[in-house]
Design a protein around this ligand. Structure first.
Ligand code: FES
Ligand code: FES
Length: 148
């Protein structure tokens, strides 16, 4: 089936199997920032923005995204490079598996709330799990991005 997306700001048409999830379709296009961690909508490693909302792309069929505006970590890195830099500068990552999803969610948070409180960060980022670095350093990274 044909799926039309506005992908990282560009109009694209993708040929996708009806049972293909958005995550695999994006990764097949070389957009490998989104990762498959749990595959069941729990870890947030596959987070992308769909029409402005953070979504687990492992759960969304590509066909369900037809006509949507999708932003991946690659697009966010282009329009808001300071966020990934803040993670790197503030020990907000170790292995990096969760980081693209964290950065996408952080971007979304900062779009809605340019200076979130610690509690607001905890709530908004609750769907992005990390098994290596501390959540405190992730929140410190978001705060640095907000101030940068
Ligand atoms: S891989 Fe999608 S939420 Fe974990
Ligand atoms: S940096 Fe390794 S899972 Fe988050």
């Amino acid at each position: 089936m044909k799926v039309q997306l506005r992908l990282n700001g560009d109009g694209v048409e993708i040929d996708a199997q009806p049972d293909a999830f958005l995550l695999e379709v994006l990764r097949e296009r070389g957009l490998t920032g989104a990762k498959e961690g749990c595959g069941v909508g729990v870890c947030g490693a596959c987070t992308v923005l769909v029409n402005g909302d953070p979504v687990s792309s492992c759960l969304l069929l590509a066909g369900q995204a037809d006509g949507a505006e999708v932003w991946t970590a690659e697009g966010v890195a282009r329009v808001a490079p300071h966020i990934a830099s803040a993670f790197s500068d503030n020990e907000g990552l170790q292995c990096g598996i969760c980081t693209p999803g964290q950065v996408v969610s952080a971007y979304s948070l900062l779009q809605r709330n340019p200076h979130p409180s610690d509690a607001e960060m905890r709530t908004y980022m609750a769907g992005n799990l990390c098994r290596c670095t501390g959540y405190a350093s992730i929140r410190r990274s978001i705060e640095a991005a907000a101030n940068g």
